[in-house]
Design a protein around this ligand. Sequence first.
Ligand code: ADP
Ligand code: MG
Ligand code: MG
Length: 886
Amino acid sequence: HKYVYDFAEGNKELKDLLGGKGANLAEMTNLGLPVPPGFTITTEACKAYLATGREPDGLADQIEAHLESLEREMGRRLGDPDDPLLVSVRSGAKFSMPGMMETVLNVGLNDRSVVGLSAQAGGNDRFAWDSYRRLIQMFGKTVCEVPGEEFEHALDEAKRAKGTKNDLDLDADDLRGLVDAYKKIFAKHTGREFPQEPREQLDLAIRAVFESWNAERAVLYRRQERIPADLGTAVNVVSMVFGNLGPDSGTGVAFTRDPASGAQGIYGDYLANAQGEDVVAGIRNTVPLQELEQLDKKSYDELLDIMARLEGHYRDLCDIEFTIERGKLWMLQTRVGKRTAAAAFVIAGQLVDEGLIDLDEALHRVNGAQLAQLMFPRFRLDHDFQPVAKGIGASPGAASGKVVFTSARAVELAAEGEAVILVRRETNPDDLNGMIAAQGILTSRGGKTSHAAVVARGMGKTCVSGADELDVDVPAKRFTVGGHTVVEGDVVSIDGTTGKVYLGEVPVMPSEVVQYFEGSLDPEHIDNALVRAVHRIMGHADARRRLLVRTNADTGADAARARRFGAEGIGLCRTEHMFLGDRRELVERLILARTDDERESALAALLPLQRADFEEIFREMDGLPVTVRLIDPPLHEFLPPLEQLAVNVAVAQERGEDVAQEEALLAAVRRMHEENPMLGLRGVRLGLVIPGLFAMQVRAIAEAAVTVTRAGAVARPEIMVPLVGAVQELETVRAEAEKIIAEVVGDSGVEVLIGTMIEVPRAALTAGQIAEAAQFFSFGTNDLTQMGWGFSRDDVEGAFFWRYLELGIFGISPFESIDREGVGRLVRIAAEEGRAARPELKLGVCGEHGGDPDSVHFFHEVGLDYVSCSPFRVPVARLEAGRAAV
Ligand code: ADP
Ligand code: MG
Ligand code: MG
């Protein structure tokens, strides 16, 4: 079994096996770019290790063979006392998990080779001892779990002794002393001396990378990002190049376009005389990449050249890690870079213009989750809000909340339902929990490539980084800025686009993208790259998609908005809200009716009210189909709660008031009490039990359609019967409805369809029979999920879903994204058998799933005609339906 690949043996398609970092290092090697030689240990080796707790057979020999050939190529042996080869041992999974797993630099240094390293660098003792102390620090922390702060304290101590704040002021002797201090820390925590044997260092580091796959923060990140838990990580062993050799050396990160806005240009950070993680960790302040031009024009030009080549090659925005060793440029990493939602759209549009990709490809480069983010509200700044600080707009959005300074506090307050802003000097991977819990993240240090920025962008969280006017004092739980002191619990607002920070809660307004969908921004006539890109890509999605997109709307206003957002009809108009408010009293009369006359008079009073509701909706949806669901919830939901009523009656009796009416109501509520209302008298069952109720609704719908049509519009009502489980239920309702419809529509030309929801498992399994009586099916995937799993939606999510997610029983709540295998199978069966019985049967879905990106793809695959979702989700569903079709 081949567990080890030289960089020259791999390529970018092998991410499953070599991880993203390894596959792209191989790709760059084969493109002829300057990559330090090395090799990659596969994810299979990692999986084997994690499964059995030991390295698989043959791995050690293969590492030996590849190491030998690396040593031959470099003309140096690992850890050779006179002229050492040093390597880095780097994790790299299929999906990038920034900072989540481990990397160890300078492997191969020991008490003897540190001298050889100095000689190799022309007698640069300072550099050699600096590299050695870094090894002990990283190795101690990541391989042997020595608490990182101990090393940091020792470093601070050394700086204090020297009277400096800058690690560059430490000389060779200081660093040699620091190495001694580090070794003591190491020995104290591990009970052994720092390992001097280079191959042992290498093997332990490799094993630590394998194990870092299951580190708590990596597990958490994967869950958040929905990365499967069983992929494993690859391990890259890369010969070291040194950015800490002096002022003519350095290290940096770069993006081929702005990952925040998508704008073209040069974006990156550079730090002279530094190694590896110094840039990301915000140890010292970086300079903008442009300044490298003055420092080292040759390397700068070469870097720009390589960046252009990489973009052309990957046909996408790339991010890059590089190091300059004494004027020689080395590429240490590249990947197709993470970006904000806005940048995703803008870049996809630009790449089409540049001829690098076509519009189908552009559709795949964006997704519904990103579009949903672009529809979040923005701050409205026409008020008296002056920013108190300006940092870097690291991840867009408008977030307000109470300030917290620790991850733990963020989690606590968020659990109480508070919006919080996590404020830190700089975040690190241990802050992940808090970042997930917070509305936004605010840091006083670090650029666009800092930990906070990268992770927030990945999660779609608002983040302002590097707001250096803020003086953050975490232990005292406060920060000061421009004369203000902000303590834990004070409210601040942060704008992740502009980087501005405000005290208090700033009001919000619709985003540009929403304004565009609303029709108040014309993409042809404004200079807004984002709106133009969204317009173009949405246009292509509409041209490509087969699924129609309808909306769930119960009012004329919702219907009108959804129509502007592109809805092609109403897939679910609920009628129950039409029984609330002033109309409650009429419902009470209906329920309390003792005679046919009383009941009929209550229904007669409800009829014109319902009719007016429908008229408004039909007018707004002129020409488009409107599916109206007959009343679904149990009637007692419209009555006052039992306890309250009982108290009222008792109090009134006490006062000697006439309580006949209330007593009757109380008796009705008692009579109608149900242990399991969701499985009780609701939906079609109500229609069969309460004479005239459905008839009244059908009449209101038909009469409204006729009125609107006579006025010159086109009403296309579709009457939907809820909770059907047997064809006989539907047949009974339908026979009554058809009589009323025939009588009402006469020769008006109005056509009314009658169909059913498929939301009870039995209906899905007898869909062939039900289709005989239905002109359409609409899958009610909320109830279908509820009844399919036997989960009460209102009860289970908070109660035990966290445990199910933890155990991987499902990766996401089945109420959020359709369970393809189970509930999805019911949909599939019903669609197939329904169509077999009635080929022209219209099929749609009206559960929450209609606006969920993954579910939309599923409904496309199953061959439904449309999805229906809330108005704000309509653009998301259009986009995803287009993506599903290409
Ligand atoms: P991460 O995935 O967290 O970015 P990396 O494996 O990329 O971790 O390494 C951490 C840092 O060390 C990066 O800045 C990287 O550029 C640097 N680095 C890794 N390998 C080498 C090497 N062989 N020579 C010099 N710097 C390296
Ligand atoms: Mg990296
Ligand atoms: Mg339902």
